[in-house]
Design a protein around this ligand. Structure first.
Ligand SMILES: [Mn+2]
Length: 434
């Protein structure tokens, strides 16, 4: 059984328990400019439940005693449109190909939905995502209510999928992890290629293009988010995406990039010396960030609160800031005052999955939620010392370093999905000279 069918059956079991129907559209096409569009990317909830990537598709799930029913709405085959816009699966082939119970032409969505939703008490619908779809769903519910005198019962409750579908997505299945491991392997190859290619005078854009080339050549759907290729002090701009400057001899290069494979993300950051060898100052900062990252990864096991992963990095980074002359006082004073934020201004982790910043709550009733087997999170501490940072020792100015891996929580600890990407100073220097 495909992983998507398995996801759908599990979610249908939840819906059947709740007595709720769920309506899940894919993404809408987004205009890039005038009459051209961005390459289509399916909606994450929709992809998770179908593995189907065509635009203009909707999934309706109905609860039921025998595991419920899945109904897909998709574009009908059309000889002329397919000549212009590409192949379509079509209504007839959809049930056998995707394992859904029924399929209909998406043109009939709004005329069939009233009948299909009549008698349902609860509709799971992600309000607030697409205003036009929101309006259509509310009009549909209004229409059903006008039929009350005819004995039609309209759903009286709308539930957001967050606590249900997004919690299911947070705990990865074996099938999903297999995809994420393959994505990690492609991302490893891409980072190695960059370390081997970078040299003084090579432009950031060449490395950016090499990332995309490696991702796509190996079967990825592209970058999971905009590549960051930041030479020297550009690394101190957290979301630097211009990627258009020549790399300078003696500088570092920070690369935050991961492939998307079958619409699952990987998310890796490495920082390496353009010339192939760290300077003494770069090495001292790198060792602090690496020790912080290792301390955080060591916290990754079931039962540990999500925030403890961040706090482990923060402790090591703050000690390092004091040692490097970036902050003064004790660790407790620097954390209390927030003075560390000048050099480390972001959090350490986020969930990872179909979305690079994946769904799932970070807190529960107890506060920061405990980690559980099947969760995947990034661990990405950094230190950013701007070129103009007057209160930093001169030799540290212009150094920005982040190190990021993708960590799966397992029953007895964790698995670093991206462990193969060179990370120690010796490994990074060897990869640069490869
Ligand atoms: Mn990240």
């Amino acid at each position: 059984m495909s992983i998507y069918r398995e996801h759908r059956q599990r979610f249908l079991a939840t819906l059947s328990e709740l007595g709720a129907a769920a309506l899940i559209p894919t993404n809408t096409a987004k205009t890039r400019s005038n009459d051209t569009e961005y390459r289509f990317r399916p909606g994450s909830d929709f992809w998770y439940l179908t593995g189907f990537a065509e635009p203009e598709s909707w999934l309706l799930l109905l609860p039921g005693a025998e595991g419920g029913r899945s109904i897909l709405f998709l574009r009908e085959r059309d000889e002329l449109r397919e000549i212009w816009d590409g192949r379509r699966l079509g209504v007839e082939a959809a049930p056998a190909t995707l394992g859904v119970d029924e399929a209909h032409d998406v043109e009939d969505l709004w005329s069939l939905l009233p009948e299909l939703l009549a008698g349902q008490d609860t509709l799971m619908w992600a309000t607030g995502a697409e205003p036009e779809d929101d309006r259509a769903v509310h009009e549909l519910l209004g229409l059903l209510r006008t039929r009350a005198r005819g004995g039609v019962r309209a759903p009286g409750r709308i539930l957001h999928p967050g606590p249900y579908l997004h919690e299911q997505r947070l705990l990865k299945s074996e099938g999903e992890l297999e995809v994420m491991r393959r994505a990690a392997a492609i991302t490893d190859e891409a980072h190695r290629a960059l370390m081997a290619t970078a040299a003084p005078g090579v432009n950031e854009c060449e490395l950016d293009a090499l990332l995309d080339y490696t991702f796509r050549r190996r079967g990825g759907t592209g970058a999971a988010y905009n590549n960051i290729v930041a030479g020297g002090a550009n690394a101190c701009i957290l979301h630097y995406v211009e990627n258009d400057q020549p790399l300078e001899d003696g500088a570092l290069c920070l690369v935050d990039a991961g492939t998307e494979l079958e619409h699952y993300a990987s998310d890796v950051t490495r920082t390496f010396p353009v010339s192939g060898t760290f300077t003494d100052a770069q090495r001292r900062v790198y060792e602090v960030v690496l020790a912080a990252q290792e301390a955080s990864i060591a916290q990754c096991r079931p039962g540990v609160p999500f925030d403890a992963v961040h706090e482990a990095s923060l402790d090591v980074l703050v000690d390092g800031m004091i040692e490097l002359g970036l902050c003064s006082g004790t660790r407790a004073e620097v954390i209390e005052s927030g003075a560390y934020r000048q050099w480390f201004m972001h959090r350490t982790s986020h969930w990872l999955g179909i979305d690079v910043h994946d769904c799932g709550a970070y807190d529960d009733a107890t506060g920061s939620r405990p980690l559980e087997p099947g969760m995947v999170l990034t661990v990405e501490p950094g230190l950013y010392i701007g070129a103009e940072a007057a209160d930093a020792p001169a030799e540290l100015r212009g150094i920005g370093i982040r190190i990021e891996d993708d960590i799966l929580i397992t029953a007895d600890g964790h698995e670093n999905l991206t462990a193969a990407v060179p990370k120690s100073i010796a490994e990074v220097e060897a990869a640069c000279q490869a």
